[in-house]
Design a protein around this ligand. Sequence first.
Ligand code: DCS
Length: 282
Amino acid sequence: MWVLYQNEFIKREDVHIDMEDRGYQFGDGVYEVVRVYNGRCFRLIEHTDRLVASASSILLNLPHTKEEINAMLEKLVQLNQLGTGYIYLQYTRGVAPRYHGFPESTTPVLTAYVKEKPIPEKMLAEGIDVILAEDIRWLRCDIKSLNLLGAVLSYEQAKKAGKEEAILHRNQIVTECSLANIFMIKNKEIITHPVTTMILNGITRRVTLELADKHGYIVNEREFTVTELLGADEVFATGTTIEVMPVVSIDDQPVGNRLPGTITKELQALFANERNSFETRT
Ligand code: DCS
């Protein structure tokens, strides 16, 4: 497997990360996960824009331009002859003796690799069971930071319960999932948390809202409570690898009739159409 390390494409086994890398010691860095369909990067520009915004929020000066990043990622996909899967990339602040303050001068460390991952057809058709969990993450969830302990712990809690995901709430306000955004539908209205520092503004979230809007659905970006969620007609989660994923039960309580909802299925179809026909823009 070819991976990207700084400006070079090298073999996976030739990567040597320093033990004093701030990503390793502090989780001091940012990342992205980009979907690849049939060798083509989906919404690459949006991902690199968000990466640059995340880096800027943590005062990390990236050593590459967006155009350079896009070109390197496309080359990485080609070199590995990736069909359908994803790209993972991250920048850390770099290597420096452990000290909380920023090092005076250090070069950010870029690593990226690709992985095959098919579209999860069966799960998309059947939906997933999830749990509810307190949102224990920090207050800058809009930054795609390497610090994922809050997400990791809630995801693990879901897995231990034999479920696929955890829907997070802060003081009874539903925010998002550990690695996806969350939507509820009530009386044909599609509702999701507004873009604030409490959620990551997912690229799949944006595509879904864009498609829903374009096709005349009623969309409302507003806060909603756990009680509202539990009374929803339909619930679905969105994310790069899970697309538009129906949620059919929450803490063992069925959502609707425990089958993917009508509007959710319509949005899935619109999303599938989008991913099958998109133009690569870099
Ligand atoms: N919210 C959180 C907390 C996420 O981690 C993610 C993606 C999303 C929402 C959905 O955003 P996208 O639609 O842009 O993917 N998490 C990535 C991750 O860590 N693994 O897969 C996707």
